[in-house]
Design a protein around this ligand. Structure first.
Ligand SMILES: Cc1cc2nc3c(=O)[nH]c(=O)nc-3n(C[C@H](O)[C@H](O)[C@H](O)COP(=O)(O)O)c2cc1C
Length: 198
């Protein structure tokens, strides 16, 4: 079995790319991965616009800004995958995000770098790419051969984000409280009796 956890840990958001073309079959393979994502009631409310033309990438890149700062990597990446969600489906945001995650991980497994772009002018991008009304642009994924190896960013620890049997619950206190009140509560008393009568 492939080491999926290893791949998940190795993935980084890549913001510098080689000027090397990504073959069409590779892009199709990424969409093949997206297609197998789970979706609410299997509605699959997703469409993907692959943008490889330099002029279009630049136009889209000009609309990818965070607080007036342009994300240069958007126009520099050889491929942009624009994820469009059919808003008729109640779960369109979740479904399309899951499909995007599949794209990112399949790309990682093929040695490609990606970056999810969430800061952009949706109205302008829909206009540039002719995306119909009723579709929401959920995100843009930049794809290309990585020209950088960023070190891992800080991630929250398991202890900070995992809650046992209720928010704030730690595995240890749950076990202790079970010892106190559950069927196991008699165990310490039995142990004491055994020790006393040895
Ligand atoms: C919803 C979302 C929006 C994001 N938007 C942007 C963005 O607009 N520009 C960008 O450069 N990175 C963007 N990122 C990438 C994050 O900055 C990156 O995932 C985060 O810093 C953690 O780094 P890592 O992906 O290497 O683990 C976005 C990621 C997500 C999931």
């Amino acid at each position: 079995m492939a080491d999926l956890l290893g791949l998940l840990k190795a993935r980084r958001s890549i913001r510098r790319y080689h000027k090397k073309e990504v073959p069409r079959e590779v892009i199709e393979r990424l969409i093949e991965a997206a297609r197998w994502a789970p979706s609410g009631a299997n509605i699959q409310p997703w469409h993907f616009v692959a943008v490889t033309r330099e002029d279009l990438r630049k136009e889209v890149g000009d609309q990818a800004k965070f607080l007036f700062v342009k994300s240069r990597h958007v126009s520099e990446a050889p491929v942009l995958i624009v994820i469009c969600a059919d808003t008729k489906s109640a779960f369109h945001l979740v479904d399309c995000s899951l499909a995007g995650a599949n794209i990112i991980m399949e790309a990682t497994s093929l040695g490609l770098g990606t970056c999810w772009i969430g800061a952009f002018n949706e109205v302008r991008i829909k206009d540039i790419l002719g995306i119909p009304a009723g579709m929401k642009v959920v995100g843009i994924i930049t794809v290309g051969y990585p020209a950088e190896r960023p070190s891992p960013p800080p991630k929250l620890s398991i202890e900070e984000i995992l809650h046992w049997e209720g928010f704030g619950g730690t595995g240890r206190s749950v076990r202790r409280s079970m010892l106190r009140s559950g069927p196991l509560s008699v165990l310490p008393r039995i142990l004491k009796m055994i020790i006393r009568f040895r």
